[in-house]
Design a protein around this ligand. Sequence first.
Ligand code: AHR
Length: 667
Amino acid sequence: MKNTLVMIAMLCSNALMLQAQQLTLRLDKAETEVSPMLYGLMTEEINYSYEGGLYTQLVPNPSFTDMFNPRGGRRGNRQDPNAPRLTVRPDRWQLTDTLKVRVRQNRQGGINNAITTSLVVDFEQAGLGIVSEGYWGFPIRKSTTFKGALYVKLPEARNNQDTPPVGLKSLTIALKSADGSTTYAETKVSGFTNEWKRLEYRLTTSDNQAVTKDARLFIIAGEAGSIELTRVTLYAPSFKDRKNGLRIDLMEMMAEMRPKFLRFPGGNYLEGNNFANRFDWKQTIGNPDERPGHQSPWGYRSSDGLGLLEFLQWAEDVGAEPVVGVFAGYVLNGDHLDGEYVKPFIQDALDEIEYVMGDAKTTKWGAVRARDGHPEPFPLHYVEIGNEDFFDRSGSYPNRFKMFYEAIKARYPQLQIISTVGYNALKSKDIPAPVVDVIDEHYYRNAFDMYRNAFQYDRYDRSGPKIFCGEWATREGSPTTNMNAALGDAAWMSCMERNSDICVMSCYAPLFVNVEPGAMQWQSDLIGYDVLESYGSPSYWAQVMFSKFLGNRIVPVEAVDIPKQKLDRNDEANAVFYTATMDAKTGRIYLKMVNTVGDAQKLNIKLEGVKKVKSKAKKIELKSARPEDTNSIDNPRNIVPQESSQKVGKQFPVTLAPYSITVLVVE
Ligand code: AHR
């Protein structure tokens, strides 16, 4: 009798357990398509993303455009006669001897209309040099060939001189340790004349060279004398061996994310701080030696070596299509142009679209693209008008948007046009509400705010425009995000995925950060690196999991008794978040679950509308003991996805580990 009672009690409690905390996957109702463009990438020049990051040209300030002026005097105590004397020198360059090497920027010394500066150097004796700091060093590994070039000529006599200075005969170019004591690779150039000459050089490391970033690029005089230099470049090997290409490890990391699109060029980088420093795409194409470059809004100069064609090839090389943001007449200092004055920018946008997708034989800008090396048009379906124009307090955006929209649609009716301002805000102005295909929404939140809003799109009106979540991130951790952020991200991605009928595209921002001290302007980034190594944050791995394990139909999920967590005294949210998709062809089911709290969570999973499944599912888990745990340049794989298997059936229990993101792939 006692045993029977125990049995009944156990059965009851099992039944209760089965009833409680349950996700029912309605595979019989999996009809809505997952957006084929759901997961993409967003990029801009911030945190040394391109210069000092993805772009393989390694010499900063290659044309000596920026000078470092210590404003005279001596560093520190001006009374101290032993304090080192400070010299005016090019920014990010050093002199091996501040007395015996004298430098002068020549502002009329350029090689063409774009590169208008050069450096005149007088060396008092052989063996002295100027030294490029690189972007916090150079990446030295064994058997590596770096390809470089520089423009050189013998300097002319200055106004107060009768004869020109004695010209140098040769220069040694070398990658050496910062103190100059170890040489990793070197070569010699010579044959200088009174005319500018572009000299190419190569530096190859030996096959037993140890890995180090303690490296500088030295340009050393062969004898006493003077020389004029500009556009000193050095390229590391690139992904797919592209000329003027992109860094291999970072491209591989992005390809691993299986992005469907690349949104570029920003972000604030599109707008610039002022009109002169907007992203002026026509200045970013053609020979990199003929691109003037400009100041990025994040406080440093871009050479524009990574320009429009390089963005397009980047997208192509990681299997994505471009989503092009066109400059729309508003800059970050608040200036804007409207009406007649905005028309030249509309023409620029039309030309840009033609450069991207125009036929190489029959269109002007398509032919320019072919000249630049890419005869095939790029696929293009989405064009965005400006960036974050909700900051434009003048109220000019609805009209500017309308003008761009109409001009672009008249020529390219097939394109989807993205507004950077929400539909209601557009409607509230005095002009008739312009038609909008897609709205770009940006969300930078902490983890709790992500949990609070993780059902936001479930409530969106399905009759309005589609949503592009064009910048989003859970901002926890620095320089890259931690596990807490990854949990917030996964909760948010589960919202976007479940609602990808309306939220058709999404991309995290910012994508990159150079982790060297002083390189970051925006903390909590996705991928970190120095000149040598790179790593993915837990947020990066969460995105790899979400993007890699994705079906093409949304599976409605009925949730019962999902455990809650307190966010503050008056507020609570789910502790567990979820989304499911299936592949209509293979029948494969992808169930994603996020446990955002420190206790394991037991859930019962029920598959409704499927006859049979294999008894073992693949389980991919990202987890950590503490939410603040993270990856870093020194500990790059502390938190990475782990694969195992899980017993499954038409109904089965799962246990979600504390602070974890779990994907089950059920066949
Ligand atoms: O991604 C960082 C910045 O955030 C972007 O440049 C801008 O669009 C947003 O305000």
